[in-house]
Design a protein around this ligand. Structure first.
Ligand SMILES: *Cc1c(COP(=O)(O)O)cnc(C)c1O
Length: 372
């Protein structure tokens, strides 16, 4: 059957492996599986949110509030913007889709960092747009500037901090770059891990209100999937100038956020204490991975997120390491597909991380023996 030929160039997103698959394929007991491949909050969802969802589950037969009044108000209060500056998506993923569809066709160009969130390219290619990437793995604003000068772009994606590498940029440098960008280029600042960056290094914090008032050609993206521990509920948002939001609304499907997801987002915003305690624990635990990397002779990228990327140098092949870990029930992300010999590990709980080091020691020892 013939399909839209643009799709010949498109790839399917490869999600982190689910627990069920490891149970099925390797016979590991679900209780022994440690899933650290999708940057979820390992401490689980705030008990207050869970209670609210249980109460509301009776209301499933009613359509959700399509105006999303309460959630938008709560976000507007948090970020000191107006409700009209906000659009909510089924994950910020969906907002990326809206943005790309709103701005691009086969004649468009999208500029991004070489090793960044895969969905920018996937949604971009669905419109037929040309994807331009800077040369370095990590975000390099000088290279962004050069490529932008040379080629122009309809959209520029900045993932701050970046997934899957974890690096961040100072907001001051980002602002200097934005001053050089044309008003007709839409710059997407993906802040999926901003809650983490803001605590580790306030210089890397990007305030959406400040961003969009200084640069009306930008859109800030946030999500409830990471620090707010609601990955399974699919809630994210975009914050931008009203005129941009109005355009994105033309693409949004009706009732794109479920009643329970809306309520989860609203409730999660009321429990900021839970979020900050999780973030503090995250960075405490991250130190253990940094020490582990040094001990093993791997390098790591200084991370402003809830994951760490270990570069295995020429010591091991990341694909093998990830595969062997999987057999032992530890799910991590192999970055071979991104052209990097590295594994990305979400920082787990103290107990999980202890087990990860144990299993990793075992796996590395075995792989070393195999080679000799
Ligand atoms: C996780 C993530 C998102 C979006 O997640 P949703 O679950 O769709 O909200 C967006 N950008 C980056 C960089 C991410 O890591």
């Amino acid at each position: 059957m013939k399909f839209n030929k643009i799709l010949d160039e498109c790839k399917i997103y490869e999600a982190g492996k689910p627990i069920e698959l490891v149970v099925r394929e390797y016979g590991v007991e679900p209780k022994d599986i440690i899933k650290l491949a999708s940057n979820e909050n390992p401490y689980g969802t705030s008990p207050k949110v869970i209670k609210k969802i249980q109460e509301l589950s009776k209301n499933m037969f009613v359509y959700p509030d399509d105006s999303m009044y309460e959630l938008k108000e709560a976000l507007a209060n948090k970020f000191l913007v107006k409700s009209d500056n906000i659009i909510v998506g089924a994950g910020s993923d969906q907002v990326i889709d809206f943005v790309v569809k709103a701005k691009c066709d086969e004649n468009s160009k999208i500029l991004m960092s070489k090793t960044t969130f895969a969905m920018y390219e996937i949604y971009g290619k669905q419109t037929g747009a040309t994807i331009l990437k800077t040369k370095d793995d990590e975000h390099n604003l000088a290279q962004f500037e050069d490529m932008y000068k040379e080629n122009g772009a309809d959209i520029i994606f900045l993932c701050l901090p970046n997934n899957p590498l974890g690096e961040g940029l100072d907001s001051e440098d980002v602002y200097k770059f934005l001053e050089k960008v044309d008003k007709d280029t839409l710059v997407v600042v993906d802040g999926a891990y901003q809650e983490y960056a803001a605590i580790k290094d306030p210089k890397k914090k990007i305030n959406p209100n400040d961003l969009i008032s200084k640069f009306p050609n930008t859109i800030y993206l946030g999500t409830f999937s990471k620090a707010y521990a609601l990955g399974g509920m699919r809630v994210g948002y975009g914050i931008a100038d009203e005129s941009i939001i109005k355009t994105l609304y033309k693409i949004r499907p009706p009732f794109n956020i479920t009643t329970l997801s809306l309520a989860a987002g609203i409730e999660a915003l009321k429990d900021e204490e839970f979020v900050s305690s999780c973030i503090l624990k995250n960075f405490e635990e991250m130190k253990r991975y940094e020490e582990y990397a040094v001990k093993k002779g791997f390098s790591y990228i200084d991370s402003y997120t809830n994951f760490i990327t270990l570069k295995l140098e020429n010591k091991f092949i990341s694909k093998d390491v990830a595969q062997e870990l999987l057999k032992k029930g530890v799910i991590v992300r192999d970055l071979t597909g991104y052209g990097v010999n590295a594994i990305r590990i979400t920082i787990g709980t103290h107990e999980q991380n202890t087990k990860v080091f144990e299993v990793l020691n075992f796996v590395l020892e075995n792989l070393k023996k195999e080679e000799n």
